[in-house]
Ligand binder design. Structure first.
Ligand code: ADP
Length: 548
């Protein structure tokens, strides 16, 4: 604005100056032209007066001649009586100014003179005796006079222009100064500015206020949306057709292990280098809905990629990232469980079927039949134990979170279980002792009974002859220690897996299904209890249950 006003002012100054110069020059030119012609006519009149009074014309003309004029005296028939510029002039009767002077008394002409080889102004005057006096001069003498003043005019003009430029600068500064002080957000600052633009400024201020209100609203909505997106468990990414990230929530960043600062304003390709994720996103951008399994860390995710279309044109893609670790794990466990169940059931069934066939065929000796029947009974009780454990596990699986609870005194419960297991302990020459004070827990009675039974049963089963089992009860805590074979540390986790047994060969001599501890773990989980194991191979193990 400043520049525009300044430039316009300079232009106006320059235009005014040029116009003034042109007018001055043309006025000067016409003044000098008039003066030149008046001087010639006056000189002619004075010389004519002298000649008419009877003076010798040639003498008069020679006296008058100052050198920059040409004097010619022409007789009535055109014969040149005197010419200051030529000694041998031709007849002048055909010269237009001479013809005119002879006719009207005065004749004026302007033309190129062959005698003087330049342009001349001719002024002819008829004398009393009928002859003609002609004075001619070169009009270009006049511009040389004129040029001498032109240089001064131009110098003065340049000076004026310089001054006007400085004045324009000051004026522009003055005009712009109040506008510079305007603060579009402060209506008070409008008071100091020109009245004419105040309504306009007020309208802008109103619009500014409206715009900032809208921006705040949009920011608030965006923050709210981001907060919602960050608080959902699933990852969400929205990309545009250039594969640039438009929106991403924290779970998605966590899943792809990307830092926010690296993501902002960057492309999706910088977010992950997983080929499968990138090609899934590409497919979605090509309009193909797809989903992939993506593994990161110890977790498994399922990513659903869908194209986003606007009026039938793909404008981006949405990627939803679900954590499916638990689902995948439980599917895997279920598959393994089914395979293990079939295997574990097959062994005793095959044995039972084999002995039954031998007895049925009649080839067995009567003395052996008793032994066979005992084996059938042993295998079938193993089978029953297995089926019971499987039923118990599936029961626990089904009733997740739906376990009726009550206050339970641990001391009487433990005493009851140890009483039940006393014959088994005696059989193996293992002593059981219960120590500590009674404590009350809030849990499911049959399940806790089952848990205590399994742990004490294991402590007896995996003990050494003449070994001992100690059950210690303390507030909200139950410790079952034995002096048995112990468990290597690397199996501390695995013993809680379904069908896992530490030493398969040894386990064959000990009745067991490999499901006892997985039932214990499950029961601990549904009753909010913590389960810990400590063991030293060859020395014994301690299983601790801490109730909340
Ligand atoms: P099992 O029916 O074989 O006893 P569990 O699930 O109860 O199955 O136990 C899994 C395995 O953990 C057992 O086979 C055994 O190897 C080991 N184990 C469990 N309790 C003890 C213990 N008190 N001492 C030594 N080993 C044990």
């Amino acid at each position: 604005m400043y520049k525009k006003i300044y430039r316009n002012m300079c232009f106006i100054s320059m235009a005014t100056l040029v116009l003034a110069i042109v007018l001055i020059i043309s006025a000067c030119y016409s003044y000098f032209d008039n003066r030149f012609k008046t001087e010639i006519s006056a000189e002619a009149a004075i010389s004519a007066a002298f000649i008419n009074s009877g003076e010798n014309p040639v003498e008069i003309l020679q006296k008058t001649d100052t050198g920059d004029r040409r004097f010619t005296l022409i007789d009535k028939d055109g014969t040149v009586l005197y010419d200051s510029a030529s000694d041998n002039p031709d007849n002048h009767s055909s010269r237009p100014e001479v013809i005119k002077a002879m006719k009207d008394g005065i004749g004026i002409a302007e033309r190129y003179s062959a005698t003087e080889s330049k342009k001349l102004y001719y002024y002819a005057l008829r004398l009393d005796n009928g002859s003609v006096l002609r004075i001619s001069a070169n009009p270009e003498i006049m511009p040389s006079m004129f040029y001498s003043i032109l240089i001064s005019v131009l110098f003065i003009s340049a000076l004026i222009y310089l001054l006007s430029a400085i004045v324009s600068m000051c004026l522009t500064e003055n005009i712009v100064k109040p506008i510079k002080k305007i603060d579009p957000f402060d209506e008070e600052s409008f008071e100091s500015v020109y009245e004419e633009i105040q309504p306009f400024l007020k309208r802008i201020a109103k619009q500014n206020a409206e715009i900032s209100r809208q921006i705040d609203k949009v920011k608030e909505q965006k923050a709210r949306l981001q907060a919602i997106m960050d608080n959902i468990n699933e990852g969400l990414i929205i990309i545009d057709t250039n594969c640039d990230v438009l929106t991403i929530n924290n779970p998605a960043l966590r899943i792809l292990r990307a830092e926010v600062k690296y993501v902002q304003f960057k492309g999706f390709r910088q977010l992950t280098d997983s080929e499968s994720v990138l090609s899934a996103a590409d497919k979605a951008l090509r309009g193909e809905k797809n989903n992939i399994i993506y593994e990161a860390g110890n977790r498994t995710y399922q990513i659903f990629c869908s194209p986003v279309t606007e009026n039938g044109i793909i404008s981006g893609a949405v990627l939803l990232l679900f954590d499916v670790t638990e689902r995948t794990e439980s599917e895997k466990i279920r598959r393994e469980f089914t395979a293990n169940v079939s295997h574990e059931l097959k062994t005793p069934l095959t044995t039972i079927h084999g002995y039954a066939q031998i007895i049925d065929s009649g080839i067995a000796k009567p003395d052996d039949i008793i032994g066979f029947v005992k084996k059938i009974e042993k295998e079938s009780s193993r089978l029953m134990a297995l089926v019971n454990d499987i039923i118990e596990l599936s029961h626990l699986d089904e009733n997740k979170g739906d376990t009726p609870k009550q206050n339970i005194s641990l001391m009487p419960l433990v005493t009851e279980v140890t009483d039940t297991l006393a014959p088994k302990a005696d059989e193996r020459n293992v002593t059981i002792s219960v120590t500590g004070e009674d404590t009350t827990i809030y849990a499911n009675l049959p399940q806790i009974t089952e848990m205590v039974y399994n742990l004490i049963d294991n402590a007896i089963k995996y003990n050494k002859p003449s070994g001992s089992v100690t059950v210690k009860i303390s507030p909200k805590k139950l410790e079952i220690s034995d002096t048995g074979i112990g468990i290597p540390e690397k199996y501390f986790e695995r013993i809680f897996e379904r069908f896992f047994r530490v030493d398969k060969s040894h386990s064959k001599t000990v009745n067991g299904t490999g499901l006892g501890l997985s039932i214990v773990k499950h029961i601990a989980k549904v009753n909010d209890a913590e389960l810990k194991v400590k063991s030293t191979p060859g020395k014994g193990s301690t299983f601790t249950v801490i109730f909340k």
